[in-house]
Design a protein around this ligand. Structure first.
Ligand code: ADP
Ligand code: MG
Length: 696
């Protein structure tokens, strides 16, 4: 239960003045359903109404507030013409104009002979000597209501049907109602950084005194960004701490199977793979529960690393599971793992959502009896009816598709099972931290030998025919080609049509040698096409989505990506990583359609210039929001509301150290500061993390 002092922060938005049911629904779409959500909805700029002038002196751009006397009303002559009200002061006259005025609204707000203050944008209608006018003033108030015109008004990101005025009012009054909370930050730090308390910082941002207050590098914003980052880091630390507290197990195989399989491998492990495996083995050996992240660029050989970690568990007489985000990837992992595992006499099972009825039951039985030693699958692995005999290790190949919570719940299956998370795209350190916290991590920072650099070219889509014709040579040298058509979610049908059209076009050029996979196909159909592309005489694979090409076909040397400008940098890098896996030179052709946005230009340039996944990931972070880089948008994890990781990286490091320190001295959050920190966690929606404290 949330502490009572936070109740006002978690009151429904409708408790704020000016927010009725309708507005609340709109606000919810915009930022959330409780007051705190609105308070964390940050303004992006402001309107300054402090300029008070006479009519004659009113500048024709910008916003002014003018004191006037109302003279005369001119109701509209026709339906289309506006309602006009003439007013004056001692320097001149001004027309106030209303289009589609509602009822007698103008007469009500501007009674003849009265003094009124109007605030809005002034314009001159017609040419010289013409009248000054103000169309739909933002505010019209009497002298006694003058304080209703905010001197400075914030500009918020809005949604259709919601006015900035309503938001401003609600936020301002809302802030006044919020109780002061005990300080959760270290006083020495707030002093050093020149930060105010939480509520004052909120006030500064929502009721700024000047434009500077809103800047991201100014104390108010920094303070709140730090609050948000500390909540994130502390929550991760707490969850991790809980996982570790569940006693782990020591897994130590005798190495026999690994030795046999190593012999059967057509290559030897890279020194990076060997190093990472050492780190993993040491963790598995230890009685503490392992929670380790393995990062490695596309093609760095993560699958083999996963396999060897799993073999360790098998040698020790237990089971290991590998979970992939999609059917296709599960299939592919299974194929490569089975190939090697069988060389060591290890029994494997593949379990996906496609297994139904009797076949599924048979597999479940094998998993339960322990006959299955290595189990590969999708999230189907963790459905309720799956029971492992003795699960010692879970490997999650996540490719950013799983959320943190999902990932944590998975580990409940094997109560004390070690856990390895593999990520395909290198994540910039900054992001790794906010996503995984201080999880142990290993880097496979070396590609297998013999990889040739991939030549990347950027071409206008107009040269498509030329590109297609040039494939003749590629095919003549018995190399294979990926051809990617983008998927734009809004119109899957159109996308599909485009892919089909491309398929037919290529098939006319190269009859019988082109295959097509797309998201609408049945699993088995997809598999069949993939299989033919991997092993048979299907040489060009047209695909609609990134996932469909998450395969390993070393003879593929060309990757054509249509509408490359529509893909994110990480996606492009992932796609490109599907080629350049064999001995031969590979080429990636990025076809674009004009006009190119600046971001798209920068992305394509980065692709052309580097193949280093880490560099690409950093660049990606600079070009896009953090949520997109991590694919958290899909997995439903919220991006930061206040912190901006392209600016606040130092704050993140501070927050991380702070969280570590807190965990060292007060991991139950029971000290004075600890209790205040619980409030912080609740404020930023980290209820799950607070729960770990209660479970004790
Ligand atoms: P990723 O890290 O992208 O998952 P994979 O595990 O799919 O990479 O490996 C990519 C390719 O490299 C596979 O064909 C795999 O067999 C091969 N491979 C892995 N390790 C080595 C190695 N040490 N030497 C040579 N080839 C390797
Ligand atoms: Mg892989």
């Amino acid at each position: 239960m949330r502490p009572e002092i936070l109740f006002p922060y978690f009151a429904p938005l409708q408790s704020l003045p000016g927010i009725g049911k309708k507005t609340a629904v709109l606000c919810e779409k915009l930022c959330g359903s409780v007051v705190a959500d609105l308070l964390f909805h940050m303004p992006t700029g402001f309107i300054d109404r402090r300029l008070k002038t006479k009519i004659a002196d009113a500048p024709l751009s910008g916003i002014v507030t003018i004191e006037v006397i109302v003279d005369k009303h001119y109701p509209p002559a026709t339906r289309k013409s506006p309602y006009k009200v003439i007013c004056h002061d001692d320097t001149g006259t001004i027309g106030i104009v209303f289009f589609h005025a509602f009822g007698n609204y103008p007469a009500q707000v501007l009674p003849i002979g009265e003094k009124r203050f109007i605030s809005g944008k002034v314009e001159r209608f017609g040419n010289q000597n013409s009248r000054i006018q103000m169309t739909h003033p933002d505010y019209i108030v009497s002298e006694t209501e003058l304080d209703k015109i905010p001197e400075i008004e914030c500009v918020y990101p809005l949604t259709a049907g919601l006015s900035g005025k309503v938001l401003n009012k609600a936020v301002r009054i809302g802030i006044e109602k919020m109780p002061v909370l005990p300080e959760w930050q270290d006083p020495a730090m707030t002093k050093r950084e020149g930060w105010t308390d939480f509520l004052t910082a909120l006030k500064t941002l929502h009721c700024p005194k000047d434009e500077g207050d809103l800047e991201k590098t100014k104390p108010a914003k920094q303070r709140l960004a730090y609050d948000e980052l500390l909540a994130n880091q502390l929550a991760l630390a707490l969850v991790r701490h809980k996982m570790r507290r569940v006693s782990g197990r020591s897994t130590h195989g005798n190495g026999e199977i690994r030795k046999a399989i190593l012999k059967a491998l057509p290559f030897s492990l890279t020194s990076a793979q060997i190093r990472v495996l050492k780190e993993i083995n040491a963790d598995m050996d230890s009685p503490l529960r392992m929670l380790r992240l393995v990062q490695g660029d596309v093609g760095s050989g993560k699958t083999i690393v996963a396999l060897f970690a799993m073999l360790n568990a098998v040698e020790a007489g237990a089971q290991a599971a590998l979970m992939a985000p999609t059917d296709i990837l599960a299939n592919q992992h299974f194929a490569s793992i089975e190939k090697y595992a069988s060389a060591g006499g290890v029994r494997t099972v593949l379990l996906t959502g496609r297994d139904k009825g009797k076949k599924r039951q048979e597999k479940l039985d094998k998993i339960l009896s322990g006959e299955a030693q290595i189990i590969v699958g999708t999230h189907a692995l963790f459905s309720e009816d799956v029971t492992f005999k003795d699960l010692a290790l879970t490997v999650v190949d996540e490719q950013h598709k799983f959320g943190v919570h999902q990932r944590l719940s998975l580990s409940e299956k094997g109560q004390s099972a070690d856990m390895l998370v593999m990520t395909a795209t290198p994540i910039p350190r900054t992001l790794a931290l906010t996503y995984y916290g201080d999880m142990e991590s290993s880097q496979i920072d070396e590609l297998p030998p013999g990889r040739k650099p991939i030549a990347t070219r950027v071409l206008p889509a107009a040269r498509l025919d030329e590109v297609a014709a040039a494939l003749r040579r590629t095919l003549a040298e018995s190399n294979k080609v990926y051809w990617v058509c983008p998927l734009v979610e809004e119109s899957e049908k159109i996308d599909l049509a485009a892919a089909e059209e491309r398929y037919e076009y290529l098939n006319r050029l190269f009859p019988g040698r082109v295959g097509l996979v797309h998201g609408k196909m049945k699993g088995a159909e997809k598999d069949a096409v993939m299989e033919r592309f991997s092993h048979e005489n299907l040489d060009i694979l047209v695909a609609t989505t990134v996932i469909e090409v998450g395969v390993d076909v070393p003879s593929a040397t060309v990757m054509v990506i249509e509408h490359a400008e529509r893909f994110g940098l990480a996606q492009l890098h992932q796609l490109r990583g599907r080629i350049g896996r064999g001995e031969k030179e590979s080429t990636c052709l990025l076809l674009y359609s004009s006009p190119l946005s600046q971001t798209a230009q920068a992305r394509l340039k980065a692709m052309r210039e580097t193949q280093d996944g880490f560099k690409i990931a950093e660049e990606d972070l600079n070009l896009r929001g953090a949520g997109e880089v991590l694919g958290t948008k899909q997995s439903g994890i919220q991006e930061f509301k206040i912190a901006d990781l392209s600016i606040d990286r130092d704050l993140l490091t501070m927050a991380r150290n702070d969280a570590k320190y807190i965990m060292n001295i007060d991991q139950s959050l029971s000290s004075e500061r600890g209790k205040a920190l619980r409030l912080l966690l609740y404020l930023f929606g980290k209820d799950e993390a607070v729960k770990t404290l209660k479970a004790g």
